[in-house]
Design a protein around this ligand. Structure first.
Ligand SMILES: NC(=O)c1ccc[n+]([C@@H]2O[C@H](COP(=O)([O-])OP(=O)(O)OC[C@H]3O[C@@H](n4cnc5c(N)ncnc54)[C@H](O)[C@@H]3O)[C@@H](O)[C@H]2O)c1
Length: 361
């Protein structure tokens, strides 16, 4: 079984890669999982995969229950957390019991946060089922919920004991969600790994056909890139900020358009915007900007969307919680495979970037 070790001292854990749930029991034995488990999932994933995982665990003698919260980002809130904690109490979970997050990034963030606060913290593992969660959100230990209009405004760092990735779950994912996940995947190539960027360019057919071998290689490389950044900067005091490439404009577009576009689609636009600023500054060539746009197009992103209100987008950028002491941070590419963080991007540059993204060709 393919695996990756995330080295975080006493918080270290393995990420395992498979095309089935067949090796889950072995993986649980390896971490000495307790007998009492709660599977936390959303209503959609409940229908698709919860029974299979439940039956597997039950058959192996685990005392397991399922708790499903209503799917969707709008339910990533304190009420759902209270629901999970109540389910823990009803199932008689103590400080040695464990939560299993089975689902996408919303599920991982919420189940992880509930695990961080229930009885002052219990163990949890992640079984991510979206491309975004298999290549990004399940790694790194950030957990949390949205509150008072702010995304991930309440949360905690809480590392899982194990991440078990079954790439065959991606077969049921909608195309829109798959493309959204590819936003973070492509981002990882641009910020850290030119070779992986080339792999993505050459293997788009296999990736889109959900070839299991290709998907295992893709998710493993992604997790390795994110893990390497997280290992150096677990609590986001420096290097981890490069993961925000494409997110400064991306988050603002997401908010300005009322979360009607997927996160990945917005990050895709944000990456084009940031790359455009970099190209205008002479940090990358026009050919490199073209390469970034081409790979996004290859994976079915819209690289041009009519964004009618640059002022509105800019105003959301001013509200970004990643700003510290009023300074807007931008991650800009210096080549395919490397980026740098700058704090001097001007309003004019941002407007020009938004205009560039809006220019339908
Ligand atoms: N913790 C982190 O480091 C981190 C990083 C990036 C994003 N995030 C968070 O992740 C969340 C987004 O994650 P997401 O895109 O996975 O969203 P999600 O969890 O809402 O999943 C998207 C949709 O896909 C459905 N789904 C999940 N797995 C499926 C499958 N295998 N087949 C069919 N449908 C399936 C879900 O029910 C949901 O409707 C956001 O809340 C974001 O803040 C966290």
């Amino acid at each position: 079984m393919e695996k990756l070790h995330l080295n975080l001292g006493i918080n270290s854990y393995d990420i395992k890669f498979s095309d089935s749930f067949g090796e889950l029991l072995d993986a649980l034995r390896e971490i000495n999982a307790p007998k009492k488990l709660l599977i936390v999932t959303d209503t959609r994933v409940r229908e698709l995969y919860a029974d299979e995982v439940y039956n597997l665990l039950r058959g192996a003698g685990y005392d397991v229950k399922i708790h499903a919260f209503p799917e969707g980002e709008e339910n990533k809130n304190i009420d759902s957390i209270m629901g999970i904690c109540k389910a823990c109490i009803d199932h008689g979970m103590d400080r040695k019991s464990m939560i299993i997050a089975l689902g996408g990034g919303v599920c991982g963030d919420m189940a992880g946060f509930a695990a961080a606060i229930y009885m002052r913290g219990i163990d949890f593992i992640q079984i991510p089922t979206t491309l975004l969660s298999q290549s990004d959100s399940s790694v790194g230990g950030k957990t949390g919920i949205d509150f008072a209009g702010g995304k991930n405004i309440i949360g905690a760092f809480h590392q899982p004991k194990l991440v078990y990735i079954n790439v065959s779950t991606l077969k049921t994912l909608s195309k829109e969600q798959f493309v959204s996940g590819m936003g973070e995947v492509i981002k990882h190539g641009i910020i850290r790994d030119a070779e992986f960027f080339t792999f993505l360019k050459r293997n788009s057919e296999l990736v889109k056909a959900l070839n299991p071998y290709t998907l295992i290689r893709l998710t493993k490389t992604n997790c390795a890139i994110k893990a390497a950044v997280v290992e150096k900067d677990e609590k986001e005091s420096g290097l981890r900020a490069i993961l925000n490439f494409g997110h400064t404009i991306g988050h603002a577009v997401e908010s300005a358009y009322d979360f009607k576009m997927t996160h990945g689609a917005c990050v895709g636009l944000g990456m084009v915007g940031a790359a455009y600023i970099a190209q205008k500054r002479g940090m990358i060539t026009a050919a490199e900007l073209g390469e970034i746009e081409d790979i996004l197009t290859l994976y079915d992103f819209d690289t041009r969307v009519k964004l009618s209100e640059p002022e509105k987008i800019y105003s959301f950028m001013l509200k970004d919680k990643k700003r510290i002491n009023g300074v807007m941070k931008f991650v800009l590419p210096t080549r395919i495979g490397d980026v740098t963080q700058v704090t001097d991007v001007t309003k004019d540059e941002i407007f020009a970037a938004v205009e560039y993204i809006s220019k339908i060709q």
